[in-house]
Design a protein. Structure first.
Length: 337
């Protein structure tokens, strides 16, 4: 299959987190075939039951191309028109997998070795695959992580800080509100103060942002609610020490804010002859840590259509990414060898 055909084949395999088993099996067969043709070694790296990362290396894997196999819901089958391929995962990140695979074939046909391909599970939820990979390094000096950046090298990406905010009240008949305490009103007051917490600003990554993602609570329209919760998600740009103090304090005395996730922001390097950008989303890179070498972030497609019903990837960017990934591997190998 060429890069366009492989992209559609991957899109048509449903792989909503944590259901990566089928696509993992498909990719492992592709990697085994590539390994048999070019004297490589394909392996599974177990993460959880029925969930494996898949990896192939050709010689010592000093440079590794990597991205994730899972997608957000809902499953959307592939289609294409003259300019784009559409469907869930088109740009995030099944087109990227196909481009990396095609780049690997080109490198091997040109007798280039000492690189690998690593495809991981769980990026869309908790980076489980990358965290497991960090415990099982393979000696890489550079990691090329694939996410939609419109084929520009990202100079950095924002991190994530997520809180659950919970308020408690007292149930009562809504005709006699003085006999109860509304947890929803308490939560709204807490969220109003939280929204006023100033977000830090970084000269490269810009300002942090806060999103109130979910609100739940109440029993019925005619019942004073005794419990209400909200989930807030902050895209962080640097040190979070002050935010970790300010956010729980802002929730008081009406509610309690509990931290449930933290992923740090990262600053990344640039390379000569590659266009650059900055992205606001979070990636697997922090979960990999230093275990797979110095990270770079680049991939075809735009994040603006990822996670939407109109997700697609331009065919022109997809084919251009094959060359970009090949050139990037070659450039980084020249630094080492």
């Amino acid at each position: 299959m060429n890069v366009l055909e492989l992209t559609r084949a991957l899109i048509d395999i449903e792989s909503i987190t944590p259901n990566e088993r089928q696509i993992g099996n498909f990719l492992f067969l592709q990697l085994e075939d590539l390994a048999s043709r070019f004297d490589g070694r394909a392996e599974r790296i177990p993460v959880e039951e029925n969930r494996d990362n898949v990896f192939v290396s050709f010689g010592e894997p000093l440079v590794v191309l990597s991205t994730h196999m899972d997608t957000v819901p809902p499953f959307i089958p592939s289609r294409e028109d003259e300019a784009n391929i559409w469907g869930r995962g088109a740009c995030d990140t099944k087109g990227i997998i196909a481009a990396m695979f095609a780049a690997a074939e080109q490198l091997l046909e040109n007798k280039t070795r000492n690189f690998g391909l690593l495809f991981v599970v769980g990026e869309e939820r908790n980076s489980a695959g990358a965290l497991m990979a960090a415990k099982n390094p393979r000696g890489a000096k550079f990691l090329i992580n694939g996410e939609p950046t419109e084929n520009k090298l990202a100079l950095g990406s924002k991190g994530a800080l997520r809180y659950e905010v919970r308020a408690r009240g007292k149930m009562a008949h809504s005709a006699y509100p003085e006999l109860g305490e509304s947890a929803i009103e308490k939560l709204l007051d807490a969220l109003d103060r939280i929204r006023k917490v100033p977000m830090p600003v970084d000269p490269v990554l810009g300002a942090g942002t806060l999103n109130i993602g979910t609100i739940q609570g109440g029993r019925a329209p005619n019942v004073i609610p005794d419990e209400a919760t909200a989930e807030i998600f902050i895209r962080v740009v640097g040190d979070v020490t002050e935010l970790r103090r300010q956010l729980p304090a802002a929730a008081q005395p009406d509610a309690e804010a509990t931290e449930v996730l933290y992923i740090p922001a990262v600053h990344l390097g640039s390379l000569e002859d590659f266009e650059t950008t900055v992205v606001a989303y979070t990636t697997d890179i922090p979960a990999f840590g230093a275990a797979w070498g110095q990270p770079f972030l680049i991939g075809p497609g735009t994040i603006h259509v990822a996670h939407t019903v109109n997700e697609h990837i331009p065919k022109s960017q997809l084919t251009a990414a094959v060359t970009l990934y090949r050139q990037l591997v070659e450039k980084l190998l020249r630094r080492i060898l």
